[in-house]
Write a protein that binds this ligand. Structure first.
Ligand code: KG4
Ligand code: ZN
Length: 337
């Protein structure tokens, strides 16, 4: 009896990723080619450049990944190809989708278009076999800040999202203002540890509102004014600490609100910002002080950031609950989960 192997392909933003997943949770190989260095001089992702890099990288990555996973005869060994079809940058998505369609047709292997956000959610499913719906999923990355209620796999309700910038984007923009380079999240996170979060007063977005909603552009602007006002006197570590506290406070308070509104007290976190020390600490404290009522799931970092194992997992679970796709699906930059 040969194992059910899924080839996952991800190219929605600035990472080209390919993985082979063996049902249910064994990652045979997972490769990510980051474009960070290509985009760093521009202080953010340049869409046209991203598509070009995906195009250069993708087939070589597929070949290497299959080799690493011990798949010498993809036509016979693969059971499914799962590819991110949205949301994301159109030019980037198209590269992965067209590659996957070509391989699917050539190898006569079924294909499935996967929602990138469902992929992030499945990073937790891969990492935590005991995680069962219903649970809340907080997805925080450079492109997204969303809370979903997972009623069952395949049945999701968006409880709230950002009205403007994503939280990771705010980190990146603040870092850019301070000349700290790109991506900004890890640098700010590190500097914040040496700073005093009480030094500067910054607004916590939507603090008093009774809706699950986020906004980070006002916070970013407040930082900009502060940088101008303080001039030479500015303490960068203190600013990082103050900014981080406001950003994380907004995330944590809305997770609590979502728990109260739904009665669901299990939360899984995903996306690049899940690497944030302060966010992890605050959520772990929340769980620790709840007397076992609140449960927090955090996947390992390599599954939090964009990767293709999570896409393969989302495709696999969909396939197993009877979802079928054919070559007619399209890349959709604004596909909502
Ligand atoms: O999920 P991801 O790798 O890519 C997408 O955006 O899809 O997330 C990247 C984002 C960047 O904005 C980066 O600054 C942020 O995650 N990030 C962090 C940390 N590490 C990465 N933000 C805050 N603290 C961190 N430690
Ligand atoms: Zn992502």
């Amino acid at each position: 009896d040969s194992p059910f192997l899924v080839l996952g392909i991800e190219s929605s933003c600035d990472d080209t990723a390919v993985a082979v997943l063996e049902e249910p949770r064994r990652i045979r190989a997972s490769l990510v080619m980051s474009q960070v260095e290509d985009h760093a001089p521009h202080g953010g992702v340049v869409p046209e450049l991203a598509s070009r890099r995906h195009q250069e990288a993708i087939m070589g990555l597929v070949r290497r990944c299959l080799w690493q996973a011990g798949v010498s005869n993809p036509m016979r060994q693969l059971s499914l190809i799962a590819v991110t079809a949205g949301p994301g940058l159109m030019g980037s998505l198209l590269v992965g989708v067209m590659a996957a369609k070509g391989l699917s047709q050539g190898w006569e292997v079924p294909i499935m278009g996967v929602n990138h956000m469902e992929g992030h959610l499945f990073a937790n499913v891969l990492a935590h076999p005991d995680l069962k719906p219903p649970f809340l999923c907080l997805i925080v990355s450079g492109g997204h800040t969303e809370v979903h209620l997972v009623r069952s796999f395949g049945d999701y309700r968006l409880l709230g999202a950002t009205r403007d910038d994503a939280v990771g984007e705010a980190y990146d923009k603040v870092a850019k203002m301070l000349g700290l380079g790109y991506p900004g999240g890890p640098v700010i996170d590190r500097l914040a540890r040496e700073g005093d979060p009480d030094r500067y007063q910054l607004p916590v977005p939507f603090k008093g509102s009774s809706q699950v909603e986020f906004s980070f552009s006002g916070l970013k602007t407040a930082v900009l004014w502060l940088v101008r006002r303080e001039g030479e006197a500015l303490s960068v570590p203190d600013l990082c600490a103050s900014f981080q506290r406001a950003a994380v406070e907004s995330l944590v308070s809305k997770v609590k609100l979502a728990m109260n509104q739904t009665g669901v007290r299990t939360v899984a976190v995903s996306g690049g910002v899940a690497a944030n020390r302060e966010l992890r600490r605050r959520l772990e404290d929340l769980a620790g002080s709840s007397g076992g009522r609140v449960r927090v799931y955090l996947p390992p970092l390599e599954l939090c950031t964009d990767n293709a194992a999570m896409v393969a997992a989302a495709g696999l679970w969909a396939y197993r609950r009877g979802v079928r796709d054919d070559l007619s699906f399209r890349a959709d930059p604004s596909w909502e989960l």
